[in-house]
Design a protein around this ligand. Structure first.
Ligand SMILES: Nc1ncnc2c1ncn2[C@@H]1O[C@H](COP(=O)(O)OP(=O)(O)O)[C@@H](O)[C@H]1O
Ligand SMILES: [Mg+2]
Length: 271
């Protein structure tokens, strides 16, 4: 069994991670949720973030997105130590999160949703032409061909199309790190296919992507790396080529798999 280090052949040994966390702790009151979490997320790669319910995935991404302040540890963005004091600061760095509930407005069209709260103006008027063109360009760049019109109301879109709009919205803002919270959880087979293709293209256009998923088929289809949280501890953060599906399931359910993962003393904390 190989050690949990990045191998020289996956291109990460010489690349600066877009995001690196070192020894991050986070508590809510007396309850410690994240324990010494370290993680590296690389440009051009999809990192699958996996873990059982309650493992700390949402807390971790909200800490990255500036919604929760971390209590201790280091946060490096493109190699520089940063403090992310709120969602605006995270967005200014190029961090965008697509949350599970998507937060799209049904009564607005695709362009209006993509620019919601960040509208372009021409004098006192909204610059509709420029926003519409930018929305189209972003969708084209991501090879999205499933939308009939960017002037369609979001209420008329399928679940997969909504997910596509939410992802395109994240990409519009020169984002460098895009975090997707279970983007395929509510989708059927064909729509899941479309969203996985889009997740892949996000990485292929140079973004660092974090993809939260419970679905091992999706994880193995789209991820370059897998980061497994177990009871708030990072059990492994490795190239996907170093693990198989049963090992990832063991990491999720027991915090370790053979040589890989947490030491037994730590794993037994949750036993
Ligand atoms: N705001 C909060 N206050 C107190 N405890 C929280 C809060 N948010 C999450 N937790 C706790 O942190 C743990 C991890 O939750 P979460 O990050 O949502 O896990 P996951 O997303 O992996 O299911 C859970 O035990 C949860 O109850
Ligand atoms: Mg969650």
């Amino acid at each position: 069994m190989s050690a949990p280090t990045a191998s020289a052949d996956d291109g990460t040994s010489t690349t600066t991670p877009t995001l690196e966390l070192r020894d991050v702790n986070k508590s809510f009151g007396a309850v410690q949720v994240l324990h010494g979490v370290s993680m590296k997320v690389y440009p051009g790669q999809v990192t699958a973030l996996v873990g059982d319910n309650g493992a700390g995935k949402s807390t971790l991404i909200k800490s990255i997105a500036g919604i929760h302040a971390i209590d201790a540890g280091e946060f490096l963005f493109e190699g520089r130590p940063v403090t992310v004091a709120g969602p605006r600061e995270a967005a200014a760095l190029g961090i965008e999160v697509v949350y599970q509930d998507l937060a799209l407005c049904d009564n607005l069209d695709v362009v209006q949703n993509m620019f919601l709260g960040r509208e372009r103006r021409n004098g006192i008027l909204l610059d509709e032409a420029s926003m519409e063109q930018a929305a189209r360009d972003t969708l084209t760049k991501l090879s999205v061909r499933t939308l009939k019109s960017v002037r369609q109301l979001v209420s008329s879109l399928s679940g997969g199309q909504r997910q596509t709009v939410a992802i395109a919205k994240a990409v519009l803002w020169e984002s460098k790190l895009v975090i997707l919270d279970e983007p395929t959880a509510a989708l059927g087979v064909a729509q899941t296919r479309q969203v996985l293709d889009l997740v892949r293209r996000l990485a292929d256009t140079g973004h660092a992507v974090v993809f939260i998923s419970h679905n091992m088929v999706d994880v193995f289809e789209v991820a370059d790396r897998v980061a497994a949280l177990y009871l708030g501890r990072m059990a492994a953060d490795v190239p996907i080529s170093q693990v198989d599906r049963s090992q990832v399931i063991e990491l999720i359910t027991a915090g370790r798999s053979g040589e890989l993962g947490l030491q037994s003393a730590v794993a037994e904390v949750g036993a």
